[in-house]
Ligand binder design. Structure first.
Ligand code: NAP
Length: 282
């Protein structure tokens, strides 16, 4: 099964590997539902979705996956920044719950910083916690300054996570955001862990390094890419896979521990690059 870690200040033990759902409305629906269910069977019970995905259609698809299995799942959805006023957030959450066919989210995220005052969004999140509609809340695509401002507004132990872009080819968060999240006890959730399906091919420098490390473990490059991220304590990764064979391959990464030499080989092939302003996005 998949190892678990406390999900930031919530303390809830959540599997280190979960399942993303972005763009799943484009996949064959029956196969996607079956793949997500196979993932739940394998222990990938952290399901990540958003009201944005497919304009709500993906939440409906996830609702089908959840039928009869809600209590197994750590369910995360996200409010669009344009909806994140106090009233708008309350309304958006009810819409997500309806489409998902559930009475609660385990964590509710602001998808990215927007123009509504963050204090309003946070007030709505806290109202939803008090009403039992969400168990916790977090943020996504926040850089360290934005996260610091959110922590100051929200108070200690309220921000469960920051979900950000992190994969071998995009290591910018290692400079400041990742250590800041670790210091603050905020769970770091790595999205697009394969660069949104763009893991480098076998003839590139990165692809050769992945293949070399994979061969030492009888593993696959995709598993090595996930294991590289999971070396970070307090980190969770949410690969998206609509194919059951991909899902099971990804689940296999949870047992893969890379040694210092292998990590150094990957770090050389995928340099961290210079520190940049802001948080990286797709
Ligand atoms: P990703 O997980 O980096 O890559 C997904 C792609 O990789 C799909 O084409 C998938 O194919 C393929 N794949 C998965 N496992 C594979 C394997 N073992 N071997 C070969 N190919 C494999 O991309 P992502 O969807 O961008 O990111 C993951 C999740 O993060 C999203 O679904 C979403 O939930 C979340 N996310 C959040 C934000 C945000 O702003 N908060 C932004 C982007 C993503 P198949 O589907 O055909 O299996």
């Amino acid at each position: 099964m998949i190892p678990r870690r406390p999900f930031g200040p919530t303390g809830v033990a959540v599997p280190v590997l979960g399942q993303g759902t972005w763009n799943m409305e484009r996949d064959e629906r029956g196969a996607a539902v079956a793949a997500l269910r196979r993932g739940l069977d394998a222990g990938l019970t952290h399901l990540d979705t958003a009201e944005m995905y497919g304009g709500g259609r993906v939440e409906e698809l996830v609702g089908e996956v959840l039928r009869g299995r809600r209590d197994e799942v750590f369910l995360v959805s996200k409010v669009l920044p344009g909806n994140a006023s106090r009233e708008g957030t309350l309304r958006a959450c009810e819409g997500s719950l309806r489409r998902l066919g559930t009475d609660r989210l385990d964590c509710y995220l602001l998808h990215w910083p927007g123009s509504h005052p963050l204090a309003e969004t946070i007030a709505a999140f806290e109202e939803l916690v008090a009403a039992g509609r969400i168990c916790s809340w977090g943020l996504s695509n926040f850089d360290e300054q934005e996260l610091a401002a959110a922590l100051a507004l929200a108070g200690e132990g309220r921000v469960a996570c920051n979900q950000v872009l992190y994969h071998l080819g995009e290591r910018a968060i290692e400079h400041a955001l990742l250590p800041f999240c670790e210091k603050q006890g905020v769970a770091l959730v790595a999205y697009s862990p394969f660069g949104s399906g763009r893991l480098p091919g076998p003839r590139s420098r990165g692809g050769r390094a992945l293949a070399e490390v994979a061969a030492r473990h009888g593993a696959t490059p995709h598993q090595v890419a996930l294991a590289f991220l999971l070396r970070v304590p307090g980190l969770f990764a949410i690969p998206k896979a609509a194919r059951a064979d991909h899902v099971l391959e990804n689940a296999g990464a949870a047992g893969l521990a890379l040694d210092a030499e292998e990590l150094a080989c990957l770090e050389r092939a995928f340099p961290r690059g210079r520190r940049r302003r802001g948080v990286p996005t797709l």
